[in-house]
Design a protein around this ligand. Structure first.
Ligand code: FAD
Length: 468
């Protein structure tokens, strides 16, 4: 009988198209292991809540294959060594991540375990194509999306690995901690009950979302993706963020649908390409996660004070600007926000309110169930003007014009903002259930005046920019 192998799980909570799992299975018995290490401990409240849901779904999926999920808390290297010592495991397999912290931890784990005589192997599968495999003709990395995307389209995106029929485990399982004891949802408080009504978690949900999207909505994606009140996009971002489905599976399902005559898939796959681009940038320029990506922005007069009345008003959807308030409330209720709404809310904060993108980025990192460090920092720096391939700072979204253009009937605002409505919908009322009670906000309040008017804020932002 061969020694068991460890499948070290991080952002790959799936059984289909999982290279690390397939490699571990090739040796025979597999110990699926999730470690609550410094990376997951550092997550914000909503992503931690979402992590717990994802682990529950993975536990169920593993049980149905005759396997188990082993949970341990601690530093990755120490826990892996403990499990090796307890079980005699001879191999450790995991899928690569590209953020600076993961790269540091993973390389330490790899070199230490190898020096101790184990087979420690990382695998591909988080992206369509790995960041180091996409190069310009001069061998450099890409700083602009369109040529990056052209390159990706010429690459051979590996076919997904099939779901294993069953997953054999060791005769004696190592001890597992209990998921509930980790209290991952504790900082969500009232919000957890609301979020759970609006999210579909786990690999099976991800696949059914993808099939429904391809059958019913993909052909209209190009027009509908910006219509904020429509369900025009795939809604897969949180599933992708936790690796409940792979980008490669989406790509190949998309190609299959295209081959059988489906239309409108390129614009959708292009967005999945933006996810690869964000990781590409984070890999090649890791400073993007916490510093201005472009030179010349460090002296820009953004405020970095966390809890000013303006920032608080922005966070709790009471700026008096309809689109921004609706967007911030959508975030409280669903843990997500429409892409256009993210752009407008981020623009109002960084331009009209002259607040540093890092403050907004941190708030999203705490509140988004689809929080993805690469997508989030790229998105914020794109809007703020300090990022690669960014929207120029002087191009300032006007939230009023935007909401009229992308929701002419005003459905999005009514869906999320209760004040002023005789019979507000449940979605708008759920906001008051999700926010902390101390805020004492209610549907009967009057809508506030704009904390910073659109004309005034725009002029102030342009004046600051002209002095840059
Ligand atoms: P679809 O339109 O169906 O697209 C399919 C997939 O492509 C998405 O699930 C996502 O993985 C990827 N994708 C789509 N748009 C983008 C984009 N602009 N950049 C990178 N990848 C993209 N996305 C996150 O997943 N996590 C974040 O933390 C995040 N923070 C953001 C912050 C800001 C300020 C901005 C402007 C955008 C941010 N995005 C983030 C990108 C985008 O808003 C979401 O991915 C999108 O709204 C998810 O909806 P969907 O799954 O229906 O996407």
């Amino acid at each position: 009988m061969k020694n068991p192998s460890i499948w070290w799980i991080r952002r790959d909570m799936r059984l289909t198209d999982n290279e690390a799992l397939s490699a571990a299975l090739a040796c025979g018995q597999v110990i699926p292991l999730f470690i609550l290490d410094e990376r997951s401990e550092a997550l914000g409240s909503a992503p931690k809540w979402r992590l717990e849901r994802s682990l529950e779904a993975l536990q169920d999926a593993l049980n149905s294959k005759g396997s188990k999920l082993v949970l341990r808390r601690g530093s990755a290297l120490n826990v892996l060594r403990d499990i090796v010592a307890e079980t005699g495991a001879g191999e450790v397999h995991w899928n690569r991540l590209y953020d600076p912290r993961s790269r540091r931890i993973d390389s330490e784990v790899k070199s230490t375990l190898r020096s101790e005589g184990l087979k420690a192997q990382s695998h591909t599968g988080h992206l369509l194509v790995e960041p180091m495999q996409v190069r310009t003709q001069t061998g450099d990395f890409y700083k602009v999306f369109t040529p990056f995307w052209r390159n990706i389209q010429t690459q051979d995106v590996a076919a997904p690995k099939p779901e294993p029929k069953d997953i054999g485990g060791p005769a004696e399982w190592p001890h597992s901690e209990c998921l509930k004891d980790w209290s991952l949802s504790i900082s969500m408080q009232r919000g957890a009950k609301i979020l759970s009504q609006y999210s579909a978690v786990g690999e099976a949900s991800a696949w059914s979302k993808l099939s429904r999207f391809l059958e019913e909505r993909a052909s209209r994606y190009s027009e509908a993706r910006d219509l904020i009140a429509e369900h025009g996009t795939s809604d897969l971002s949180d599933n992708l963020a936790f690796g409940e489905i792979s980008a490669r599976s989406i790509w190949h399902m998309g190609q299959k649908a295209f081959a059988s005559g489906a239309e409108g898939l390129e614009p959708f796959l292009r967005q999945v390409g933006w996810r690869d681009f964000a990781q590409h940038l984070m890999y090649h320029t890791p400073h993007i996660v916490d510093k201005n990506w472009r030179d010349g922005w460090d002296d820009f007069p953004w405020s970095e004070v966390e809890n000013t009345p303006e920032v608080e008003a922005w966070k709790y959807g009471r700026t008096g600007i309809d689109f921004v308030d609706a967007a911030m409330r959508e975030l409280w209720v669903t843990g997500k926000m429409h892409n256009r709404a993210r752009m407008v809310a981020a623009s109002y904060l960084t331009k009209h309110l002259l607040v540093h993108w890092r403050i907004g980025e941190r708030w999203f990192a705490d509140q988004l169930i689809d929080y993805d460090q690469a997508n989030n920092t790229m998105g914020w720096q794109w809007v703020a003007g300090s990022g690669p391939d960014a929207s120029p700072y002087f191009r300032i979204f006007n939230p009023d014009t935007q909401i009229k253009k992308f929701d002419p009937q005003g459905r999005y605002f009514k869906r999320w903002v209760a004040e002023g409505q005789i019979q507000p919908p449940k979605t708008a009322l759920d906001f008051f259930e999700a926010i902390p009670k101390r805020l004492d906000m209610s549907a009967k309040d009057l809508r506030p005046h704009a904390i910073v008017g659109l004309k005034e804020g725009r002029e102030r932002a342009l004046a600051a920019y002209s002095k840059k």
